[in-house]
Design a protein around this ligand. Structure first.
Ligand code: PEP
Length: 252
């Protein structure tokens, strides 16, 4: 059975104190989780050790970083390595969020290197992919997303895929209030799984968790998560309020 996950990406929001309260609020309302139903919280680097300490002892809820360096260590001012994240008790790292691709020029080749670093340190990768509006309007989204996955992840051995979670996030739906319809989400998730199946076979594809991200909220999460190939969500704005995030967790 493949894992279902609801992951909150706080982006560059919340002070340390606000983050502490937010995590406390989430823990206070969290339903029982299991190894097949997990929650992930991705605050800023500054919050990570605090959040990991708060979550310690709570099963199946993990701390994630929003990014990491493609370098192992050394003179890279401002960067944080996978090894340092691991030493802080971090379980997941988000790689290739569209904001990293767009504002920081991250390429598929760079993301492949980052993925390797995260896996080498025994953490899980949440690898983001998704098309811009112009690509959706031209109806070429399948090829666009396939290229991101192929160039970012298809150098991996089949065994590594048990540590990969994909997040499909159409860029036109991120932070815009415009959600992909459940049919659009299902169609793309089905396509992604087929692409992975063609490369790695049915076992890898069927066990792969594929999250949807883009203006997901309590009011639309249940419909999205009911799609057969949608295994949960990567949540931005709605992860910043405990009640909204918990509403989405409940839909899982
Ligand atoms: C995101 O940035 O990963 C995201 C899905 O944002 P939002 O939920 O705010 O659209």
């Amino acid at each position: 059975m493949r894992k279902k996950i609801v992951a909150g990406n706080w982006k560059m929001n919340r002070t340390l104190q606000e983050g502490h309260s937010l995590v406390a609020g989430i823990l206070a309302g969290l339903p029982a989780l299991s190894s097949h139903k997990q929650v992930v919280i991705a605050p800023t680097y500054v919050h990570l050790t605090q959040t990991a300490a708060q979550l310690a002892g709570h099963a199946h809820i993990h701390t994630a970083a929003q990014n990491c360096s493609n370098q192992e260590s050394g003179a890279f001012t401002g960067e944080v390595s996978a090894g340092i994240l691991k030493s802080a008790g971090i379980g997941y790292v988000i790689i290739g969020h569209s904001e990293r691709r767009e504002y920081f020029g991250e390429t598929n080749a760079l993301l492949a290197q980052k993925t390797d670093r995260v896996l080498a340190h025994g953490m899980e990768v949440i690898f983001c992919c998704g098309e811009p509006l112009a690509v959706r309007d031209a109806d070429t989204q399948n090829a666009n997303v396939e290229t991101q996955i192929r160039e970012g992840l298809f150098h991996l051995a089949a065994e590594a895929w048990s540590h990969i979670v994909l997040a499909y996030e159409p860029i036109w739906a991120i932070g815009t209030g415009r959600t992909a319809s459940s049919q659009q989400a299902q169609d793309m998730h089905h396509h992604i799984r087929a692409v992975v199946r063609a490369q790695y076979g049915a076992t890898v594809a069927d066990n792969l968790t594929i999250l949807y991200g883009g203006s997901c909220k309590p009011s639309n999460a249940a419909e999205l998560f009911a799609c057969p190939d949608v295994d949960g969500g990567l949540i931005g704005g709605a992860s910043l309020k405990a009640d909204e995030f918990l509403g989405i967790v409940a839909a899982m």
